[in-house]
Ligand binder design. Structure first.
Ligand SMILES: Cc1cc2nc3c(=O)[nH]c(=O)nc-3n(C[C@H](O)[C@H](O)[C@H](O)COP(=O)(O)OP(=O)(O)OC[C@H]3O[C@@H](n4cnc5c(N)ncnc54)[C@H](O)[C@@H]3O)c2cc1C
Length: 483
């Protein structure tokens, strides 16, 4: 009898897994609370892979490790950078057409970003969805509410419309991250950490929750938000303040191509000093051909590349999530997590641009290879494990209130005082209820707790009261629910 695998989430991680599993003969049902809802559909720049003659997986690994600031899992970095060229080849075999040039993004020392104009995510998601449906993947609109786990093994799950589905062979969580939980964000409203909260309640270990990556260049024009992709800066866009100063060089020798955390802080501080900050696109050659998506967006709002575009930083990618090994195995047998909901250790304390679509694709495409092999689970020996209790009473806050609190106390510049306030607020809320508000509260509580414990600055986590890196903190913070 064909075994049916349930995948929750239809982003690039979920869809690539669905296709690979279907091609290996499994029955596949994908459950998603909103079709085209996740980050994948709006992702822009592309997929990092060393495929050119002057590049190598080793060089890609070195860039990943340098940006990851001492917290990358070295084996995971070797695995993903090694598999990157294979994934690109596989996508091409499936019929996907990348543009012929490779782009440069911040933190990369080589041009290695594979892309489809400036709308890689939209075009690739549509391509994968069509292929999945063509192969007979069953796609269902529904929402995961809870997991059923017994004796350390996942047995079933509950969805809003379908109720309890039991006796399942495998569940694959591909529910994305939680960066929508900040008031200023590049993420869509689906990304509020459902998968992390639901699996945590069921006993899954989470890690690296303090590491929330902020993207430096987001713009909102007439209420429409757009991420101004990193590749714009690789192609010559400049960042200036209202005095016309290219201030990024004051903060980092790389200027506009400094790592995202440095540039986000630079722009944030400039805004705090009362300046306005803009992106100047006028130096990009062939702008209309290279960036049709940005060009259309500007035109819709009455601007062109000759105009300065106001920008601000916002929450963009959550490095933390469900602790897994590179196969996607959590500490709960037969429960996998892939893509942004998972934390393999690839990104360390800071994610190198275009490594997350790569991670999602590698995990998705390789899943069938591992399903029939003995379960290994993730290693948890490189950090401290903290037990956290759930609260089944107390009030709740709306998602918008959580977003405001996270922006105020848990964003680009953090301090003990602000983190304690956030922890205190979230510590009084109901984190057991299984509603989306309780998911948001739980995920934010864990983020604030980890950020408070880590009294150093590393990667994307910046503490104004501990502005330096501390070698004693070269370890992870793991959380597990107390029984
Ligand atoms: C604007 C933007 C640009 C980006 N550009 C790049 C880039 O160029 N390169 C790169 O590498 N990365 C980029 N990223 C990051 C990258 O897009 C994401 O890390 C990646 O797409 C995550 O894919 P995913 O499949 O894990 O999750 P997502 O694509 O976020 O999909 C999650 C899915 O889970 C579903 N879901 C969530 N909760 C539930 C639930 N309770 N029940 C059912 N379904 C649920 C959602 O509906 C959604 O379908 C970008 C991100 C953003 C926001």
């Amino acid at each position: 009898m064909t075994r049916v695998i349930y995948i929750i989430g239809d982003g690039i991680a979920g869809l690539s897994a669905a296709i690979a599993l279907r091609m290996s003969g499994y029955g596949v049902t994908v459950i998603t609370k909103e079709s085209h809802g996740g980050s994948s559909y709006v992702s822009k720049g592309g997929i990092a892979a060393a495929t050119s003659i002057d590049d190598s997986p080793q060089l890609h690994a070195e860039d990943t490790l340098r940006v990851g600031d001492g917290l990358c899992d070295v084996e995971a970095v070797g695995y993903f950078t090694g598999k990157a060229p294979v994934v690109i080849e596989e996508l091409i075999k499936w019929g996907f057409e990348f543009d012929s040039d490779l782009r440069l993004e911040g933190g990369h020392l080589k041009r290695r970003v594979h892309h489809k104009t400036d709308e890689t995510g939209r075009v690739l998601t549509e391509f994968l969805l069509q292929r999945a449906v063509g192969l007979g993947v069953n796609i269902v609109n529904d929402e995961l509410l809870a997991l059923q786990v017994r004796d350390g093994e996942v047995r079933g799950f509950v969805t809003r419309n379908g109720g309890l589905i039991s006796n399942v062979d495998y569940v694959v969580l591909a529910t994305g991250g939680y960066a929508y939980l900040w008031q200023y964000t590049s993420n869509p409203p689906t990304n509020i950490g459902d998968g992390v909260a639901i699996a945590f309640r069921a006993g899954a270990v989470v890690s690296d929750m303090e590491f929330v990556q902020f993207h430096p260049t987001i713009t909102t024009l007439d209420g429409e938000t757009m991420l101004l992709t990193e590749t714009l800066r690789g192609e010559g866009a400049r960042i200036i303040n209202d005095d016309g100063e290219r201030f990024a060089f004051k903060y980092h020798e790389g200027g506009e191509l400094a790592p995202r955390d440095v540039l986000s802080r630079a722009i944030y501080m400039e805004l705090m000093r009362g300046h306005r900050v803009y992106m100047d696109l006028s130096g990009i050659e062939d702008f209309e051909d290279k960036f049709p998506g940005v060009n259309d967006f500007l035109r819709r709002h009455g601007l062109s590349k000759a105009d300065r575009v106001p920008i601000y930083p916002g929450a963009h990618f959550t490095i933390g999530g469900l602790r897994v090994n590179v196969r996607g195995e959590t500490n709960i047998r037969r429960l996998y997590a892939i893509g942004e909901v998972a934390d393999t250790g690839l990104h360390g304390a800071n994610r190198l641009a275009s490594n997350s679509l790569l991670e999602a694709l590698v995990m998705g495409m390789n899943l069938p290879r591992y399903l029939e092999e003995p379960w290994e689970g993730p290693r948890l020996d490189d950090g401290m494990l903290v037990q956290v209790g759930l609260r089944d009473q107390g009030s709740s806050l709306s998602i918008d209130e959580v977003r405001r609190i996270n922006w105020e106390h848990l964003s680009i510049l953090r301090s003990e005082d602000g983190l304690r306030k956030a922890l205190d607020l979230y510590g009084r809320l109901n984190t057991a209820a299984g509603t989306k508000e309780s998911n948001a509260a739980l995920v934010s509580y864990l983020t604030a707790y980890a950020a408070l414990l880590r009294n150093e600055s590393r990667g994307v986590h910046y503490r104004v009261d501990y502005p330096s890196k501390d070698n004693g903190w070269r370890r992870r913070i793991y959380f597990r629910v107390s029984q």
